[in-house]
Design a protein. Structure first.
Length: 256
């Protein structure tokens, strides 16, 4: 800690300022790369961020506030501060790793909706995430899964479900590009009129998308996306381009 600090409060505030800079960088990375909209709130970016904030903005500065004492020999004070920093960085590294592993790398359409797929669901199968690059320029990659029609097609899928608890949307070998499959996808549109009648906040989000894209409610397509913390309605235009979304309320079990 800087020698200019002569009090616990000064040392703690200095530590907090440095931690805040690190936290700001992490938030920027999360929003721009790991959890692009709308996945920050839907897939756990916000939940993970709160854990990192607790470690980075509270743990380190609080420990500094407790142990800092200029009456200690410099070597002892330096040792204590070093231990705090090592503990904080260790906890922070674990938090960042956890958040990074839960980032969505794919959005897979299965049966009647899209599902988010976290990185850990792919890597734990020993599959390199680079194999997904063929589906787009950057993650999360939007993909389609064709529903099997014969027992032979179902067999390997069911085997993974039963023996490894890996759902179809987490089986990359089933992934196909969305192109040429939008006809099937649009057969599973949600009842957007009912949603707008029963959920004012979602209605406002949808209306904002319509105004921003100069499109009409009737001409767009609305497909459900199921994620860990909240569900989403994805909005596609007549050219099959994703133009926006509306976020459903947090799931009851995940309310904060």
């Amino acid at each position: 800690m800087t020698p200019k600090c002569k009090t616990r409060v000064c040392a703690s505030l200095t530590h907090f300022t440095a931690s805040l800079l690190i936290f700001t960088v992490l938030v920027t990375v999360q929003l721009a790369i790991w959890y692009p909209s709308p996945f920050f709130s839907a897939s756990g970016g916000w939940q993970g961020l709160k854990i990192v904030a607790l470690v980075d903005l509270v743990l380190g500065p609080l420990l500094t506030l407790v142990i800092f004492n200029t009456k200690k020999p410099f070597s002892e004070l330096a040792r204590d501060i070093t231990i705090i920093i090592v503990l904080q960085l260790s906890a922070l590294t674990w938090g960042i790793y956890t958040v990074h592993q839960q980032r969505p790398v794919a959005v897979a359409f299965w049966e009647d909706r899209f599902f988010t797929v976290p990185a850990t669901a792919i890597t734990r199968q020993g599959i390199d995430l680079d194999t997904l690059k063929r589906f787009g320029d950057k993650p999360p990659y939007y993909v389609y899964i064709k529903k099997p029609t014969t027992p032979q097609e179902w067999a390997p899928i069911l085997k993974k479900i039963e023996q490894e608890e890996i759902g179809p949307h987490q089986q990359p070998e089933l992934y196909q590009p969305l192109t040429n499959h939008f006809g099937d996808i649009y057969q599973h549109e949600v009842d957007i009129a009912q949603i707008m009648q029963t959920n004012a906040s979602m209605a406002a989000e949808i209306q904002a998308v319509l105004e921003a894209t100069n499109t009409t409610l009737e001409n767009n397509h609305y497909i459900a996306l199921e994620s860990r913390y909240r569900n989403i309605v994805l909005i596609f235009d007549t050219r099959d381009k994703l133009i926006g979304f509306a976020s459903a309320p947090y799931k009851p079990a995940e309310k904060q």
